[in-house]
Design a protein around this ligand. Structure first.
Ligand SMILES: *[C@@H]1O[C@H](CO)[C@@H](O)[C@H](O)[C@H]1NC(C)=O
Ligand SMILES: *[C@@H]1O[C@H](CO)[C@@H](O)[C@H](O)[C@H]1NC(C)=O
Length: 408
């Protein structure tokens, strides 16, 4: 009985396999025999082209590391992102072109500003109550023989950790505060003034506050991150209003201001201010300085900047100059979707759109600018694989990451 069942099962399986092979051969024959006039091609299911990958595979983690490194480099604003886990990964291997990876990455904001260009290993994730987390989708092209690593496109969506959950776990924890609050600006200017007083050789002015939290200590305390630029004014010119508007941020500061107690006047009434600043390295990058991926494999691969690219040659290729993606910030999920609004259809917590094509059969993209040779190089891009299909062994492990800051 069992034997018969087994045989039936395997027969059914082989018939399925045969059928699939047959369909594939028909499609393949159809593609090869593309003499004009071409018959309309039946849509080729992307499933046949995309290979699901394990999200815990060392190669996949290496590719994810490169993708994130490139996403960080592409930013002009905000904080560097670190990987908490690979959520989903697909590979589209293309003859003579290498591979195009479709990656969905769960990420966390670090404390490093993107302009610091710090190495990933020097940028740890923030403490839980200050976390900002989310998801990135990235399309990453690798051609090992030609030493090409290229981030084709990306998009990320981030949200702060649920303050409702944090406050219930830790009522005394600092919480985010509106960057335009007067006390936030006061904390930034007071702490920068302190920095300027202690380092009178050069003066700096505020570019903008990038993050602010508040907490009750003996009075309200504010903690702020802000960017600074060189100021043409010296301390002696107190009323100097010269502002070189075009000067770029040169450093990143962390300041805090504790206001004296209001309720207990016996306690210190004056403010206490502290500040630390770090200065960005000049734009010249040390190649290989920021190899992100921690695996052995990644060390064998060149970084995208080392790969032979026509980087030096001026090129008008739109895909080279256009921004390849963006990082979108959304509010706290609890603010946007209060608990009681359950009757609504579930909103996607981290909507990330990344489609270079809507054609189910894919489109070709000219990536000749990545290659040194004169030949035309084209990649096939497909619509980004959706969530209804997921590779096995995904999402990968997220060691030590609190579930509060992992996208569902
Ligand atoms: C992930 O891979 C590492 C090393 O390759 C292994 O030790 C670990 O058990 C794997 N984790 C999971 C969840 O598969
Ligand atoms: C990236 O996201 C933005 C905004 O969410 C969207 O307008 C854009 O089309 C996306 N890019 C791609 C390539 O899908």
């Amino acid at each position: 009985m069992i034997n018969t069942f087994d045989r039936l099962g395997s027969q059914a399986f082989s018939r399925m396999a045969l059928l699939r092979l047959l369909v594939f051969c028909t499609l393949a024959a159809c593609c090869v025999a593309r003499s004009p006039p071409a018959p309309p091609l039946p849509p080729l299911p992307p499933a046949l082209l995309l290979d699901p990958l394990s999200c815990n595979d060392s190669q996949v983690l290496a590719v994810a590391g490169f993708a994130l490194q490139n996403i960080n480099r592409d930013q002009k604003d905000g904080y560097m992102l670190s990987l908490s886990r690979v959520h989903d990964a697909w590979e589209h291997y293309q003859e003579d072109m290498g591979s195009l990876f479709y990656l969905t990455l769960d990420v966390l904001e670090t404390g490093c500003h993107v302009l610091s260009k710090k190495a990933q290993k020097d940028c740890g994730p923030r403490t839980l109550h200050e976390s900002v987390y989310g998801q990135c989708k990235a399309m990453f092209h690798i051609n090992r023989p030609r030493r090409v690593l290229y981030l084709l496109a990306y998009n990320c969506t981030l949200r702060p950790v649920s303050q409702r959950k944090i406050q219930s776990m830790c009522p005394d924890c600092p919480f985010p505060v509106d960057l335009s609050a007067p006390s936030v600006l006061e904390a930034a200017t007071e702490s920068l003034a302190k920095f300027n007083r202690e380092n009178p050789s050069k003066q700096y002015s505020l570019v903008k506050v990038t993050r602010a939290t508040t907490q009750w200590v003996v009075g309200p305390a504010y903690s702020v991150d802000f960017l600074i630029k060189e100021s043409p004014c010296t301390e002696s010119q107190a009323s100097c209003s010269l502002q070189s508007s075009d000067s770029a941020p040169v450093g990143f500061c962390h300041g805090s201001m504790v206001q004296g107690s209001v309720q207990v006047p016996a306690l210190i009434r004056k403010k206490s201010v502290s500040v630390t600043c770090e200065f960005f390295e000049s734009q010249a990058q040390v190649p290989g300085d920021d190899n992100t991926a921690a695996t052995q494999e990644s060390k064998k691969l060149p970084t995208a900047d080392e790969a032979p690219q026509k980087n030096t040659a001026p090129t008008n290729s739109p895909s080279k100059t256009a921004p390849r993606g963006s990082v979108q910030h959304l509010p706290d999920l609890d603010v946007e979707k209060p608990e009681d609004s359950k009757e609504k259809s579930p909103v996607e917590a981290f909507p990330v759109q990344l489609d270079l094509t809507t054609n189910p059969q894919g489109d070709t993209l000219d990536v000749s600018f990545l290659y040194l040779g004169p030949e035309e190089k084209k990649l096939v891009v497909l619509p980004f694989p959706g969530t209804e299909r997921r590779s096995t062994e995904c999402p990968g492990p997220a060691e030590g990451t609190n579930p509060l800051i992992l996208p569902p």
